[in-house]
Design a protein around this ligand. Structure first.
Ligand code: SUG
Length: 452
């Protein structure tokens, strides 16, 4: 299955580092875990170490792994835009006492879920043969809608070479072009370096209210946003498939498609209720893919209920290709605790599909905010030359793993509750940590506090 030419391509997982202000503020309506765990104490240190352990394990499995830094929080710049003034300390104190909900939103470490950071199309799929990046506007949730500017600066600091990489601004803000990045995007291909089928899943049509839409919870991704990304990335229309998420699953807590489906190479692993008109979706994907048959691993409600899928995050697993060409499911610890899901995972290995292995990792600090293994990573397919053209300091190896563990141990707290967020020392600690991190990762100045 792997490409043997001299410019071989790889899928590289860029995981988000859990930031120093990781906390549970109940900010995401429609995300069951976020609301359920609101106001619990969080442990940022443990969260960051859990994420690093997963990155290191995948790197040890022979997969290419890299890291993306967290954003600066609280976002003083946004608080100033909203009229809080004075020194940074006064801005924090005023915002926390006069507008605690707004303040909490500016403290979220939500950039850890890098699946939402952007959508990326590999050079094999784009007309100009460059890798295209569009930062996600994340307009549906205020705390996430403030991520894009710094996310873009970070991506541009890693993928600087204009001959290889093309960066697009986030789509216009607002519900009509709500874009949640790669959480609603998969790519199918025979080998990573060949032209693939890009699969965009959306929650509603923003310009046609006669079409079905969820009634209880918001649809964060629109059809029109997905189409705009495909246009910006210069994708081939015959190799691009758009599908609507089943509105009922959004209303059951599936706020992104990656909570109910995941794809890799020739395989789509999905719950039978994931899409509207599932049969048509399967037909469209197969037609765009070509003559070789794809594997559609459909999980019936009778094996794993929608409720179990939402609570265990079975489908928020990573589906990765191992060196022997078979695939592994990288699942969260919660999948082991649910009998139906555990049995299903045992059976999938024996089934007629490319999946040969299941690996379980504990990412509970992230899970309690609705972020599983797949939320924590952005997949970027890169050729060897493109890897060489990017910033080498972000790629995981034993040395970087050790350095980042020490960095977390040195700078992170092991408990945070809401009142701690207003502690001006937390801002100082975070900025000190991030300043050091930009040196470790050789990023230059990317944070507002470094640019002021
Ligand atoms: O956007 N949770 C994130 C979880 C994102 C998961 N990503 C993917 N499925 N790709 C969200 O809802 C909760 C923050 C809080 O409540 O403190 C939060 O933002």
């Amino acid at each position: 299955m792997s490409n043997t030419n001299s410019n071989q391509s790889f899928e590289v997982n860029f995981d988000g580092l859990v930031g120093p202000t990781h906390n549970y503020a109940g900010l995401s309506i429609g995300n069951v875990a976020s609301l359920k765990n609101a106001d619990q104490a969080s442990n940022p240190k443990q969260g960051a170490l859990q994420g690093l352990a997963k990155m290191n394990a995948l790197s040890d499995m022979g997969l290419k792994q890299a890291v993306l830094p967290p954003l600066e929080r609280p976002d003083i710049h946004v608080l100033r835009q909203l009229g809080f003034s004075g020194s940074d300390e006064q801005v924090i104190t005023r915002a926390a006492s006069e507008a605690p909900s707004i303040f909490a939103a500016t403290c979220s470490a939500s950039s850890m879920w890098t699946a939402n950071a952007c959508t990326i199309s590999p050079s094999a799929d784009t007309k100009d043969n460059k890798v295209h990046f569009t930062a996600a506007n994340l307009s549906n949730k205020f705390h996430r809608s403030i991520e894009a500017p710094t996310t873009s600066r970070i991506l541009e600091a890693i993928f600087t070479d204009e001959n290889c990489f093309s960066h697009h601004e986030a789509l216009p803000m607002g519900d009509h072009f709500g874009d949640e990045g790669a959480a609603n995007h998969n790519r199918f291909c025979q080998s990573y370096g060949e032209q693939g089928v890009e699969f965009f899943v959306f929650g509603k049509y923003a310009f046609d209210s006669s079409k079905p839409f969820p009634k209880k919870y918001p649809a964060r991704q629109t059809f029109e946003a997905s189409q705009a990304i495909a246009r910006l990335h210069q994708l081939n229309g015959n190799k691009t498939v758009f599908a609507q998420q089943n509105p009922n699953v959004i209303d059951a807590g599936v706020f992104h498609n990656d909570v109910i489906a995941v794809g890799n190479q020739n395989c789509l692993f999905y719950h039978e209720l994931a899409f509207l008109n599932s049969d048509q979706v399967v037909k469209d994907l197969q037609e765009a893919y070509g003559e070789q048959p794809m594997h559609f691993v459909k999980v019936p409600e009778s094996d794993v209920s929608l409720n179990d899928a939402v609570h265990t995050y079975l489908f928020n697993s990573q589906l990765v290709t191992l060196s022997d060409g078979s695939m592994a499911i990288i699942a969260p610890g919660e999948c082991r605790e649910n009998q139906a899901v555990k049995s299903y995972l045992d059976s999938v290995i024996a089934g007629d599909n490319p999946i040969s292995r299941v690996e379980i990792y504990d990412v509970k600090q992230s899970m309690q905010n609705g972020g599983g293994p797949a939320c924590l990573r952005q997949r970027i397919v890169l050729s060897e030359n493109e890897i060489k053209a990017s910033n080498s300091s972000v790629y995981m190896n034993d040395g970087l793993f050790q350095t980042l563990n020490q960095w977390v141990e040195k700078h992170y707290r092991d408990s945070l509750v809401e009142k701690d967020l207003a502690d001006p020392n937390l801002l100082i600690e975070s900025r000190t940590a991030l300043d050091e991190l930009t040196q470790i990762l050789n990023l230059g100045s990317v944070y507002p506090f470094q640019l002021d």
